[in-house]
Design a binder for this molecule. Structure first.
Ligand SMILES: [Zn+2]
Ligand SMILES: [Zn+2]
Length: 334
């Protein structure tokens, strides 16, 4: 089978590889990949910004496909079922975090496209306990961004509390989904983009943002919450300064450049800065019901699997509206 894999740590790009189609173990499913979203975390993986990436490694953790094999102990899935495979690929189920509903923080968690080969490939194998059926309302390509931009975006959105004015820094794949959820909940969305990114500001307004401007600008009103999707540390003190007393700034990415120091008065009055890490299976169950009820529409640009580096490059340089999705050949090379 064809896969696009990171073959040298920190190479910044993936290479085409031919390998045997993997076989599903007892608790696993083998999935023929129909679509795989491209996430900023994939850039952090190929750029060597996450620790201990082993090579070769196939990135991709927004996988949509159909079950081709199910191991003998798999329950709940049959051959031909359409499923999604997200970032959370394994937890031990026994640590303090797992036992308290916080499996996203499991000390022995393993993640798809990071410690487990992911979906930049014609086939992927996953532990069936971390695989989800997908809402029928979405095509394969449309469903892919729900699996990380949607799920982790939704977790970040929940952590932002229930204030009315929600700022979103970095208007990419996660933001375009969460903006729709926020509007559905009757909130006002304030979209912050890189200075001069008029296209992204226009995109945000088209999705119902009350205001869109550059991250250096002041919104017309102070925010109750801000979610930072861009991996840019200086946005943290910037967002804090636009946040009302009692407000929260949520850092939603897995990696960020260093946060510069800032005066305590910007945090004073019970403002909070927090991060959001990974997802729980409960986040996935909830969001995959919520998304079609909003309904969330995903804006996608498809790329042939072999063009994975073009997709990564477009994401890196902000040349995307919405999400990039890789599509393997219709007839896989087994
Ligand atoms: Zn655990
Ligand atoms: Zn992701």
């Amino acid at each position: 089978m064809l896969s696009m894999a990171l073959t040298k740590a920190g190479a910044g790009l993936v290479e085409a590889r031919e390998s045997e189609v993997p076989v599903a173990g007892a608790g696993e499913v083998l999935v023929r990949v129909h679509a795989c979203g491209v996430c900023r975390t994939d850039l952090h993986v190929v750029d060597g910004e996450l620790p201990d990436v082993e090579v070769p490694r196939v990135p991709g953790h927004e996988i949509v496909g159909t079950v081709e094999q199910a191991g003998e102990s798999v329950t709940g899935f049959q051959i031909g079922d359409r499923v999604g495979i997200p970032w959370l690929g394994y937890t031990d189920g026994t640590c303090e975090y797992c036992r308290s509903g916080r499996e996203n923080l499991c000390r022995r968690a393993r993640f798809t496209g990071y410690q487990i080969d992911g979906g930049y490939a014609e086939y992927a194998v996953a532990d069936a306990r971390y695989v989800f059926k997908l809402p029928d309302a979405y095509s394969d390509v449309e469903a892919a961004p729900l699996l990380c931009a949607g799920l982790i975006g939704y977790r970040a959105y929940r952590m932002a509390g229930d204030g009315r004015r929600v700022g979103i820094y970095g208007f990419g794949a996660a933001a375009h989904i969460i903006a729709q959820v926020a509007r559905h909940d009757g909130r006002e969305v304030y979209a912050f983009t890189s200075p001069g990114d008029v296209a992204a500001q226009q995109f945000a307004r088209s999705l119902g943002a009350a205001w869109a401007g550059s991250s250096a600008e002041r919104p017309p009103e102070l925010l109750d919450a801000a979610i930072i999707f861009a991996p840019v540390g200086p946005l943290v003190p910037q967002a804090l300064r636009q946040t009302a007393p009692g407000g929260v700034v949520v850092c939603a990415g897995i990696h960020m450049s260093d946060i510069p120091s800032f005066p305590y008065r910007d945090l004073w009055e019970e403002r909070t800065v927090r991060s959001v890490a990974n997802l729980t299976r409960r986040d996935a169950q909830e969001f995959l019901v919520l998304a079609p009820s909003v309904p969330v529409t995903t804006h996608v640009r498809s790329y042939e699997l072999a063009r994975a580096n073009d997709a990564l490059s477009d994401l890196r340089h902000g040349r995307l509206e919405g999400a990039a999705v890789l599509v393997p050949p219709q007839t896989p090379s087994r």
